[in-house]
Write a protein that binds this ligand. Structure first.
Ligand SMILES: C[S@@+](CC[C@H](N)C(=O)[O-])C[C@H]1O[C@@H](n2cnc3c(N)ncnc32)[C@H](O)[C@@H]1O
Length: 336
């Protein structure tokens, strides 16, 4: 067989396998099978617990999950494999939201790509469920990579007053105040349903974290008050022009010598070391975002550095996260 044809065949087969994986994982979340199969169960037992379920389709799901090494089976009983267990363990770390996003939103969106590129249909608003829930939840997936870095930076630079812009569910702010007893923070979140979830999760940290549901541009708190301003996973909400306006605005809120920390996935990054054979998911994410009205996709590294320089920040530091899944850009407001 011709080598190109062979390569194409390989890609097509692995595409089918990957699509299968996506639908299996998403369905397992929706039907709570990842939790339920934490203990060994037969198909009959699952059906007895869910009397309306379709036996034929459940049979296929179990068979596929076994083929994809998500379940192991023994004498007609099924149980999670190590990978299956990881799915359940990381469910609330953005995994469930991420799979829902891929299964329900990426497919239909990219299906319209020919018409979008031809200009036959306009770019649509981001779906409500995506806006209100999935984007902020899915971004938690980078937390295991981000948190050690953020904690180390905070310990070294002794932040005491942090502004978290577009804080989502405020997980980073919460972890910061829990780790550093004298730290206080304000979380800004434009989306009121996300802000309500953030406020509900603050718990015992109420005196030290304040969540404000507002657009960052409407936040004109006491100027020069914050020694750190975080902009995590949201620079892509702002157009190139707006990014300049945003950084100038945040500079006014920072104290002299205060730091800005911008966490973002980038376009145009090739992972230097690949444990997994990836297809640069950041770029696909950028592609997906760009299909929507008001989104310009992810920035390039040079664009981020230009932006910080153009808005007068100094001591720019670029820190790639493991596997270059994302980058943190830190910079300071000059002292005078
Ligand atoms: C992807 S989430 C990231 C959440 C969190 N920072 C994290 O890293 O997990 C981005 C959040 O920024 C919020 N956001 C976007 N534009 C904003 C604005 N102009 N002012 C305040 N929040 C904004 C969105 O509503 C969304 O919840």
């Amino acid at each position: 067989m011709e080598i190109g044809m062979l390569a194409l065949l390989g890609k097509t087969v692995s595409l089918m396998e990957n699509l299968g994986f996506l639908w299996l994982v998403h369905t397992g979340f929706e039907l709570n099978l990842w939790e339920s199969l934490g203990e060994e169960k037969s198909k009959q037992k699952i059906l007895a617990e869910n009397v309306n379920w379709n036996p034929l389709l459940l049979d296929h799901w179990l068979e596929q999950a076994k083929i994809q090494e998500l379940l192991v089976s023994n004498n007609g009983n099924y149980q999670l494999s190590k990978m299956g267990r990881a799915i359940q363990d990381y469910r609330d770390y953005g995994l469930e939201a991420m799979y829902k996003e891929f299964a329900l939103h990426w497919g239909p969106c990219f299906g319209q790509l020919p018409d979008l590129i031809r200009g036959e249909i306009p770019r649509e608003q981001m779906d409500r469920e995506m806006e209100n829930e999935l984007i902020s939840r899915a971004s938690k997936a980078s937390e295991p990579f981000v948190w050690p870095l953020l904690k180390g930076k905070c310990a070294k630079d002794r932040w005491s007053n942090v502004l978290d812009v577009g804080c989502g569910e405020a997980d980073f702010l919460r972890r910061l105040v829990e780790e550093f007893p004298s730290l206080k923070g304000v979380g800004l979140e434009i989306n009121s349903s996300v802000a309500n979830r953030a406020a509900a999760q603050i718990g015992s940290n109420q005196g030290r974290i304040r969540i404000e549901s507002k657009d960052v541009f409407d936040f004109t708190d006491t100027l020069e008050q914050y020694d750190c301003c975080l902009l995590n996973n949201n620079i892509y909400y702002f157009s190139r022009v707006k990014r300049v306006e945003l950084l100038n605005h945040l500079k006014n809120l920072l104290s002299p010598g205060g730091q800005i920390g911008i966490l973002t996935a980038l376009r145009g990054v090739t992972p230097s070391f690949q444990i997994f054979k990836t297809h640069i998911p950041q770029n696909l994410m950028s592609f997906f975002l760009s299909c929507h009205e008001g989104f310009e996709g992810l920035p390039l590294e040079e664009e981020m550095i230009d932006l910080l320089e153009q808005t007068g920040f100094t001591q720019i530091e670029v820190i790639p996260l493991p596997f270059k899944v994302s980058h943190y850009f830190f910079a300071r407001k000059p002292l005078d």
